[in-house]
Design a protein around this ligand. Structure first.
Ligand code: UD1
Length: 388
């Protein structure tokens, strides 16, 4: 390794767009800055998420620097959002001449920026590659498949990802198993997690509700397949309300879900003091809430991993998961939208028969360091080959 980053090798443009990207990027930026030599970066925000709750609060909690560039695309249909990111990203590449573009996860911004960079012959690095739900009805699955197909370097979180990629004809040399950057963030921030009682008090709910011996559960739900149809949303809220009679549930409401509860006239289903409705939570609030919970019910990707790392039983209200290691080794159980299964597994968990699991290989808090080392070596070797 040289002592200084070569002048002729541009910065790494690190792309974030939506909430689940932020906790993945924070440790990467830190590891790139700490690397010897430091890897120069530019943080680019597409503006896919923009609310204080969905964005600014997480930036503060994760101590992310202010983005160097913000494309300010905002909300829109998938086509409009993706196209708008692409249109606005292209001139940035012309101006900044990066050595590569680094994308994380599976949101629309991930795919949009990948597509633009690859067509300009700029290498793309995908962190959290190779995850597959094999459900093409999920917009994220389309983003994953296409991003991995055209990106140059694929960093994976679990070994099954390499098999998925091999099945799609992706050469093994492009794939590197490094572990999970989400867990880097979790371990870095565990000591700063906020007390659950404070998060409850912030909405004027009675903290005594969750501090009794019976404890509390945490719910998040925002997948279009769960919240965009009135009957599905009503039946899920109905079973959650039933569970809340056994254990108070703290619900962190995504704007999509909140809007649909109002639009479909389902407020009566959540109108009980035992279902505590919170706005989207900051990272440190969510970490505190999850760590103290007896059960988590979710349709999120990230929470399946975080609960596995924390050893908290998780019921995932989806038909499939792109993160099978959380089921095979961790605390996750897939319950789909099956009311009977949700009721049964919740009762089992509350009776102390939830999954305990173990922490998967390389979910050790050092993934970002491994990525920094590997990427620096790769970029320098490419540059030297081009110069010589
Ligand atoms: C996106 C990701 C999803 C991720 C989720 C986490 C895609 C395809 N989906 O879904 O993988 O799990 O983020 O939140 O990229 N809205 C606000 N404020 C905001 C952002 C959005 O109110 O700051 C509302 C808007 O009404 C918007 C809706 O939420 O139309 C959905 O936002 P969008 O970014 O399209 O997708 P998410 O459902 O958040």
């Amino acid at each position: 390794m040289p002592e200084l980053w070569p002048n002729d090798l541009g910065p790494v443009i690190c792309v974030v767009g939506a909430r689940p990207n932020f906790m993945k990027m924070a440790p990467i930026l830190r590891a790139f800055a700490a690397h010897q030599p430091a890897i120069p970066t530019l943080l680019l925000h597409t503006g896919q998420h923009y609310d204080r709750d969905m964005n600014d609060k997480l930036f503060e909690d994760l101590r992310l620097p202010h983005p160097d560039i913000n494309l300010e695309v905002g909300s829109g249909s998938h086509a409009v959002q993706t196209a708008e990111v692409m249109r606005r990203f292209e001139p940035v590449l012309d101006e900044k001449k990066p050595s590569c573009v680094l994308v994380v996860g599976d949101v629309n911004s991930t795919l949009a920026c990948t597509l633009v960079a690859v067509k300009k012959n700029i290498p793309v690095v995908h962190v959290e590659a190779g995850l597959r739900s094999y459900d093409r009805g999920m917009p994220e699955e389309i983003n994953r498949v296409l991003t991995d197909q055209i990106a140059d370097l694929l960093y994976t979180t679990e070994r099954s990802a390499a098999d998925n990629l091999a099945r799609e004809g992706i050469a093994a040399e492009r794939v590197r198993f490094v572990g999970n950057v989400m867990i880097d963030s979790l371990l870095n921030n565990r000591e700063f997690a906020r007390a659950p009682a404070d998060s409850i008090a912030a909405v004027n709910a009675d903290p005594a509700l969750i501090s009794s011996q019976q404890g509390y559960g945490v719910v998040t739900m925002h997948r279009p397949s769960n919240v965009d149809h009135a009957d599905v949303l009503a039946s899920l809220l109905g079973v959650l309300r039933e569970i809340s009679e056994s254990i108070p549930l703290v619900f962190a409401l995504h704007p999509r879900t909140k809007g649909n509860i109002e639009r479909f006239g389902l407020q009566h289903l959540i109108d009980t003091p035992r279902m505590i409705m919170l706005p989207p939570q900051g990272y440190l609030e969510m970490l505190g809430l999850m760590a103290g919970a007896r059960i988590v019910l979710t349709d999120s990707g990230g929470l399946q991993e975080e609960t596995t790392a924390l050893g908290v039983p998780c019921l995932t209200m989806r038909e499939n998961t792109e993160r099978p290691i959380t089921v095979d080794q961790g605390t996750n159980t897939m319950v789909g939208r099956d009311i009977v299964a949700i009721r049964h597994h919740a009762a089992e968990t509350l009776a102390g028969r939830g999954k305990s699991g173990r922490v998967p290989e390389l979910w050790d808090g050092r993934t970002a360091e491994r990525i920094a080392e590997d990427l620096a070596t790769w970029l320098l070797a490419r540059r030297n080959a081009a110069v010589n």
